[in-house]
Write a protein of this length. Structure first.
Length: 223
């Protein structure tokens, strides 16, 4: 755990780590629900120069031309959606460290944002070469669950049998993450929708019904 970083900071509601299809899918869902998000690339565990696997997992479409075509089409729609809706996608900015911040004082000011008394104090700091991104929610993509367990242990976060439930309790979510293989494109979109709804329900609890009944208009239904 860490105190408030001294480096230049930006405050947002969610940081999505991974600028590929899963990350863009989540960012698009969050945009539809009016949730601010910043998308960055990469992810490293908070240990000296040890990468949290961002490219060694076998892709689900590695030997399937139809799956590859589907993924390319979905990615094209997502990129068009991101561009037309002005999503904050920083594909050349790499996350280099992730810290959990739960010691911020009530009423403190971060980059002009006042944290009011009674607000949730647990935050996340995503360190990048350009500064630190502070967020209430973190979405991780492109890594194995075993690696996530190791990372969480190094952060001092106790987890039980249900990894996903433990992570959501502290504002961390997974999309496009599998233990042995990368999920299919359709499964990634389903996960993105679920995560988008879950974060939206926490950010806008008065609009839970709308979040649960929304649809992603940017991607046509597969034939």
């Amino acid at each position: 755990m860490s105190t408030m970083p001294a480096a230049r900071t930006e405050r947002t509601t969610a940081v999505v780590i991974g600028a590929g299809m899963p990350g863009l899918a989540v960012a698009s869902e969050l945009s539809r629900y009016g949730v601010d998000a910043i998308v960055v690339d990469g992810m490293y565990v908070p240990a000296p120069l040890q990468p949290l696997n961002t490219g060694l997992l076998q892709r689900c479409d590695a030997a399937d031309a139809a799956c590859l075509q589907e993924r390319s089409e979905i990615l094209r729609h997502l990129r068009n959606y991101a561009a037309s809706h002005g999503l904050d996608v920083r594909s050349t900015t790499r996350a280099v460290r992730l810290d959990r911040l739960d010691e911020a004082a009530e009423g403190s000011v971060v980059s002009g944002t006042v944290h009011s008394p009674g607000a949730a104090l647990c935050q996340w700091a995503v360190h990048t070469p350009n500064g630190v991104l502070l967020a209430d929610h973190i979405v991780l993509t492109r890594c194995g669950q075993s690696q996530l367990r190791k990372m969480l242990a190094e952060l001092g976060i106790a987890i039980g049998q249900n990894l996903v439930a433990a992570m959501r309790a502290i504002g961390m979510y997974l999309v496009g993450v599998g233990e042995l293989a990368t999920p299919t494109p359709k499964e990634v979109l389903r996960q993105a929708k679920v995560v988008g709804q879950a974060i939206s329900a926490k950010v806008h609890p008065e609009s839970v019904h709308g979040a649960l009944t929304g649809t992603f208009a940017a991607i046509p239904a597969p034939a």
